[in-house]
Design a protein around this ligand. Structure first.
Ligand code: CDP
Ligand code: CDP
Length: 210
């Protein structure tokens, strides 16, 4: 089906990025990792010595240069944590809304992953997935990534950070992280990447044939 819009949401390290990229490849659709936009705002706040808790400071950082999106620094947990602080400000969400809506409105279709794709950005998506995994499994995944990158952080600290981010993302008033009523739930806790991607394709196929 050309023009298919696929929304993939879920908490940190649930596997939504991996699944969204695989779906984009499978269906030949462009992919947008919307978390990267919030990470770019966070990185700009940090670089410019602004206060992420102050809405006007975070809003000023929304005029970031697109070149920043390729900076590996954005992928770090330090930036991810600040991203979840700036993303709670309505002015920040409003500033990034149009760009995401435009991406989701491409006539050829698209895959987007984030927290509010199925609820706010693309409520009419053809298929919506909400990817989950237990906090413990997600912490282990992040811990492993950090170890591979040569960084040291205790598993307890990573788990505490994951729980804090879940809490902030799901409790905010504006576009909180929540599964859309019509989203298919995909728990990857005990699934390999290959099995999770296979299951995701099956769920999308079930939706498009429904
Ligand atoms: O995008 P999100 O933060 O939800 O997660 P991700 O970056 O796709 O996946 C987080 C980590 O978990 C990566 O290192 C993946 O390789 C790994 N992963 C996994 O071990 N098993 C899965 N079923 C999915 C992802
Ligand atoms: O990959 P991971 O799940 O760790 O994080 P991300 O998807 O890059 O998102 C970083 C932060 O941006 C999240 O903790 C959310 O607070 C925020 N975010 C959001 O509010 N809405 C989105 N559509 C995507 C990300």
């Amino acid at each position: 089906m050309s023009g298919m819009i696929i929304a993939v949401d879920g908490p940190a390290a649930s596997g939504k990025g991996t699944i969204a990229r695989a779906l984009a490849r499978h269906y030949g659709l462009p992919h947008l990792d919307t978390g990267l936009l919030y990470r770019a705002v966070a990185a700009t706040v940090l670089r410019d010595g602004l206060d992420p808790a102050v809405e006007a400071d975070a809003a000023a950082a929304c005029a970031f240069n697109d070149g920043l999106l390729a900076d590996p620094w954005l992928r770090t947990d330090d930036v991810g944590k600040i991203a979840s602080v700036v993303s709670a400000h309505p002015q920040v969400r409003a500033a990034l809304l149009e760009r995401q809506k435009r991406f989701a409105g491409q006539p050829g279709g698209a895959v987007l992953d984030g927290r509010d794709i199925g609820t706010v950005i693309a409520p009419d998506a053809d298929a919506k997935l909400f990817v989950q995994a237990t906090p413990e499994v997600r912490a282990e995944r992040r811990h492993l990534e950090l170890q591979k990158a040569g960084l040291t952080a205790s598993l307890e600290k990573v788990l505490a950070d994951i729980r804090a981010r879940d809490e902030r993302d799901s409790q905010r008033a504006d576009a909180p992280m929540v599964a859309a009523a019509d989203a298919a739930l995909l728990d990857t806790s005990v699934l390999s990447i290959e099995a999770a991607v296979q299951k995701a394709i099956e769920l999308v196929e079930a939706r498009r044939n429904a």
